[in-house]
Design a protein around this ligand. Structure first.
Ligand code: NAD
Length: 257
């Protein structure tokens, strides 16, 4: 049994009748999250830059039990595409209950070599992408809905060469706080997860990890399903009194001296 199926097998079906958008759902944490929601009965919209891989992911989500799974090509840094993704979701499923802002990218450059365009690229996806979906969510989500933003432990501690990423992830925690305050009046909850090292392509292709600039003890590497379970908790009614939280999910890595 896969990690995703094992975790979901222990969980009740908290998302039956609900519609969930997961961004960056074609790979890694997003894929595991989409599969987790599907296994708990949600209709899942898989929004990703890569439509082919999102399509394959949607098939896996249906195999895991989702009544429907819809792959959508969406660049989260483009507000028109975000608007179209949400409008398409409302048209197809008649409502929207959960958004997981997971799409993200990292770049690696020393500060001396960084150009404004490097910052715009990372902030455009990792921060503005989430903002565009939060704004759409506030306009269109039903009361009781929930938004989960996927930040990073780089929001609080970081390594060299990733200044725009660390800043974007810290700002995403701040956006989560602001959105939680304004969302409350609308009956919407907004929370963030801060993953540590998670076994995904992003981790293994990370030049800092490959070069040893960032050393990761294998005991502190989690699986995408570990994040999926935490995200599903925050999105579910089990977390109905959790608002504006920043949940570190890192196996205790940040606690070490
Ligand atoms: P991944 O590279 O495996 O998957 C990222 C997905 O996002 C890909 O499918 C990619 O196509 C998609 N994507 C990238 N840019 C996009 C855009 N503009 N619009 C739509 N989709 C886009 O990465 P992952 O490790 O699963 O990371 C997911 C999230 O978790 C990211 O926000 C990342 O910053 C965060 N995170 C990951 C780790 C880790 O160790 N893997 C740690 C902390 C935080």
């Amino acid at each position: 049994m896969s990690d995703v199926a094992q975790t979901a097998a222990r969980a009740p079906s908290r998302f039956t009748g609900k519609t969930v958008i997961v961004t960056g759902a074609a790979s890694g944490i997003g894929l595991a999250t989409a599969r987790h929601f599907g296994s708990e009965g949600a209709r899942v919209v898989l929004a990703d830059l890569d439509l082919d891989r999102a399509g394959q992911a949607a098939e896996a989500v249906k195999t895991d039990g989702a009544p429907d799974a819809w792959p959508v090509r969406c660049d989260v840094s483009d507000e028109g595409q975000v608007r179209a993704c949400v409008a398409g979701t409302l048209g197809r499923f008649g409502g929207l209950d959960v958004i997981v802002n997971n799409a993200g990218l990292m770049t690696f450059k020393p500060i001396l070599e960084l150009e404004a365009e490097d910052w715009r690229r990372v902030l455009g996806v990792d921060l503005l992408g989430a903002f565009f979906f939060v704004r759409e969510g506030f306009e269109h989500m039903r009361p009781g809905g929930s938004i989960v933003n996927v930040s990073s432990i780089h929001a609080v501690e970081t390594s060299p060469l990733v200044a725009p990423y660390a800043a974007a992830k810290a700002a995403l925690v701040s956006l989560t706080r602001s959105a939680a305050l304004e969302g409350k009046a609308r009956g919407l909850r907004v929370n963030a997860v801060l993953p540590g090292a998670i076994e995904t392509p992003m981790l293994r292709e990370n030049p800092n990890v490959k070069s040893g600039v960032e050393v990761i003890d294998p005991n502190f590497v989690g699986q995408p399903a570990d994040l999926a379970a935490a995200i599903a908790f925050l999105a579910s009614d089990d977390a109905r009194f959790v608002q504006g939280a920043a949940l570190v999910v890192d196996g205790g890595r940040l606690d070490r001296l």
